[in-house]
Design a protein around this ligand. Structure first.
Ligand code: SCA
Ligand code: 5AD
Length: 681
């Protein structure tokens, strides 16, 4: 949090250079447009996608009919990682966290009956950006929409995937080339399409405070500017199509200050690089309320949290907004929770008068002062990154991960010791365990259907044409001057699948695998004065004495789920409490887990899953490990696990389940109880 004073006065802002600037004028701190929401309110753009193209298409139509103003596609994890739905590695994850898309035919079904010349479409895609962008372009083409008419945004921000979101396919260097190819191509062929959405959101979800979130976002943006400018592209030609994306959490004043500071710093950056036009210098942004801030306990409280966060996004001057559904921590939104989330924005736009004034916080002694402090803090981070040799060097050195994870651990320790209040979790806890109904997805049904569709596609297409287009794509990957998006469009038009395009590229660029790690020491330091923590450490110590060695835990991530904040926090907590802890690489298979378990005498196996694929993945893993291992190990599962799935997990042999909101001591205490029982049996 930036420092606060008890009150602010004119003295706090007298020295600020920009204090007489206006909305719509450089440095755009006060907003990218003069009239702001008086001319056009922000776009209500809700991230949506689940099951198959038809189900998601119906949800899109419903959102548009009920007041949504733009579309935003959530793809499933198989699509993100470049696997067709029939790929063995993808089976458990198809259709769960978003929509399954294997070919241009699926993309056409996704937008069937929606006029792409009128509705703008955001697509959150990074790893498989080439085939997805290509499929969108070809789908538009085949539905009769000219390329110049296509409006929307492709996320195409691969650097943050290596830092937090983890849906990368290739290594950072070839990935950067792909990003630049996409920007280059779109700036010519789709002049109304935003070619990047440079994202801070995922840093905040992973634990970063607002200043760190903004610094990392801008550091990545600088790396993209370097890569694109190196091709000789003029900033005034492409910069206005680089868009930004921030998270908005519960830290109300800082969040508004962050969005204002973001525009100031971006304007300075592109001016320094020689941009002349206002449209290149003014930052446009999308915001999403924080998923992490929402709780599984008393989920209706989340409506209140989201409303407050949405207001911070709007006071900060966002161009587009997603408000999370209140059942966030339980599952994907239901129709009802999605409607309430959308209504939150409609009420703000139409019932409150908030849209009448541009930058209503402008001139507030406090807000102007916080904005300046935020900008200074971000500049300081950027200097540190420069001193490390730039953001890629900072990433490789582990600095980025240490900063984010360090802040995540500090927050968790403050929640666990009660200093960071969360109503219904660590204060005013309710006994009322009533849970709302959650969305269930028949992923097995979608999987069968996608398999059949793939088979039909392969039977009816011109195989020779597909093979030639894929061979050209592989050759283009070896030639640094070829534009990979142009070649992918040809392959997709010929009815190559998304997975085949990825395979064609993988012949030249191998699949990237990152190491897994966590930080030891930081969580415990934050709790060193805390009696509850000392008592849990004593419990572990007593068990250590009984065993004759520290209890050993292996924590694993299975399937295609890359959300690793939770597993890394639990690893750090267990370690600092006295366990020996190892964590598996992301995307581990049951066989890999078995090998890890064979390599050392573990007492506990923890499985972290937020992708909704916990039932098939835990079952596969425990079947592979066999009865003897399940009897010997304390097996626990953490993540987004709906209540109704807990009995099935218990039947499979899971000893304890920890949905979001458990304190570290609750987890450790239950784990020790399970281990003690197993040990004595
Ligand atoms: C708007 N316009 C104005 C104006 N307001 N003109 C004058 N005065 C005003 N007040 C003009 C704009 O210049 C633009 O025209 C047109 O009206 C549309 O407005 P816009 O502001 O550009 O709005 P929009 O089309 O909605 O675009 C917003 C934005 C775009 C630029 C931020 O990139 C976007 O929609 N991003 C959304 C990203 C997103 O949804 N991501 C989801 C991530 P011109 O175009 O002619 O200039 S979900 C995720 O990643 C989290 C989950 C996960 O999976 O990890
Ligand atoms: N539909 C709606 N919202 C989603 N989110 C993730 N996937 C979906 C989806 N398919 C939201 C959640 C999550 C954030 C990253 O995006 O709020 O926390």
């Amino acid at each position: 949090m930036v420092e606060r004073k008890p009150f602010y006065s004119a003295d706090d802002i007298r020295h600020l250079e920009y204090q007489h600037s206006r909305p719509g004028e450089a440095p755009f701190l006060r907003g990218p447009f003069t009239q702001m929401y008086r001319h056009k309110p922000w776009t209500i753009r809700q991230y949506t996608g689940f099951a198959n193209a038809e189900a998601s298409n119906a949800a899109f139509k419903q959102t548009l009919a009920e007041g949504g103003q733009g579309l935003s596609v959530a793809f499933d994890l198989a699509t993100h990682l470049g696997f067709d739905s029939d790929h063995p590695a993808a089976q458990a994850d198809v259709a769960r966290t978003g929509v399954a898309i294997d070919s241009v035919e699926d993309m056409k079904r996704l937008f069937d009956g929606i006029d792409l010349s009128r509705v703008s479409v955001s697509m959150t895609m990074n790893g498989a950006v080439l085939p997805i962008m290509a499929a969108f372009i070809v789908a538009g083409e085949e539905s009769g929409v000219a390329r110049e008419q296509l409006r929307g945004t492709i996320q195409n921000d691969i650097l943050k995937e290596f830092m937090v979101r983890n849906t990368y396919i290739f290594a950072p260097k070839p990935s950067l080339r792909i990003c630049a190819d996409v920007v280059d191509y779109l700036s010519e062929a789709l002049p109304n399409f935003n070619s990047m959405s440079i994202s801070g959101y995922h840093f905040q979800e992973a634990g970063a405070e607002p200043a760190l979130e903004l610094a990392l976002t801008l550091a990545n943006a600088r790396a993209y500017l370097d890569a694109i400018s190196a091709r000789g592209l003029d900033l005034d030609h492409f910069c206005h199509r680089l868009s930004f994306f921030f998270g908005v959490g519960m830290n109300f004043f800082d969040e508004i200050a962050k969005l204002r500071a973001a525009r100031l710093l971006w304007c300075e950056e592109v001016e320094r690089r020689g941009a002349r036009s206002d449209r290149a210098k003014r930052m446009k942004m999308h915001c999403q309320t924080s998923g992490w801030s929402l709780t599984a306990q008393e989920p209706h409280n989340n409506l209140i949290r989201t409303t407050i966060e949405a207001m911070a996004g709007v006071f900060g001057g966002t161009q587009s907004l997603h408000t999370n559904a209140y059942d966030e921590a339980l599952s994907l939104p239901t129709e009802h929770s999605a409607r309430l989330a959308r209504n939150t924005q409609l009420i703000l736009q139409q019932e409150t008068g908030i849209c009448d004034v541009a930058d209503p916080w402008g001139g507030s002694y406090m807000m102007e002062s916080l904005t300046q402090q935020m900008a200074d803090k971000v500049r300081d981070y950027l200097r540190q990154i420069d001193a490390l040799g730039g953001i890629l060097a900072a990433l490789e050195s582990g600095w980025v991960s240490k900063q984010i994870h360090g802040q995540a651990l500090r927050t968790q320790s403050r929640i666990d010791n009660g200093q960071h209040p969360i109503i219904g979790v660590n204060r005013f806890v309710s006994d009322d365990e009533a849970r709302p109904p959650v969305r269930a997805i028949d992923a097995g049904e979608v999987l069968n259907q996608q398999r059949q569709r793939l088979q039909r596609l392969k039977e009816t297409r011109d195989t020779r044409r597909v093979e030639a287009a894929l061979a050209d794509l592989t050759a283009a990957a070896a030639s640094p001057t070829a534009n990979l998006l142009a070649f992918t469009i040809e392959a997709i038009r010929a009815r190559a699948t998304l997975g085949e395009c990825t395979q064609a590229l993988l012949k030249q660029m191998r699949r990237h695998q990152a190491d897994a790690h966590y930080l030891a020491g930081l969580y415990g330091i934050e709790r060193r004065q805390d009696t509850q923590w000392h008592s849990i450490r004593r419990e572990v110590e007593a068990y250590h004495q009984q065993l004759g060695q520290a209890p050993r835990a292996l924590l694993v991530k299975l399937g295609l789920d890359g959300h690793d904040r939770g597993v890394r926090v639990v690893a750090s907590g267990l370690k600092d409490a006295g366990f020996d802890v190892d964590i598996s690489p992301l995307f581990s298979t049951p066989e890999q887990v078995q090998r890890m378990l064979d390599a050392a005498p573990y007492d506990a196996l923890g499985i972290s899953l937020l992708s909704g694929a916990h039932l098939p993945l835990v079952e596969q893993l425990l079947n592979t490990l066999g009865q003897e291992a399940c009897d010997r190990l304390g097996v626990f599962v953490g993540g987004i696990i709906p209540d109704q799935d807990i009995p099935a997990l218990t039947t499979m042999g899971v000893d304890a389940v920890f949905p979001p909101g458990n304190s570290m001591e609750a987890i450790i205490s239950e784990l020790i109880a399970v281990l003690a029982e197993k040990h004595s049996a």
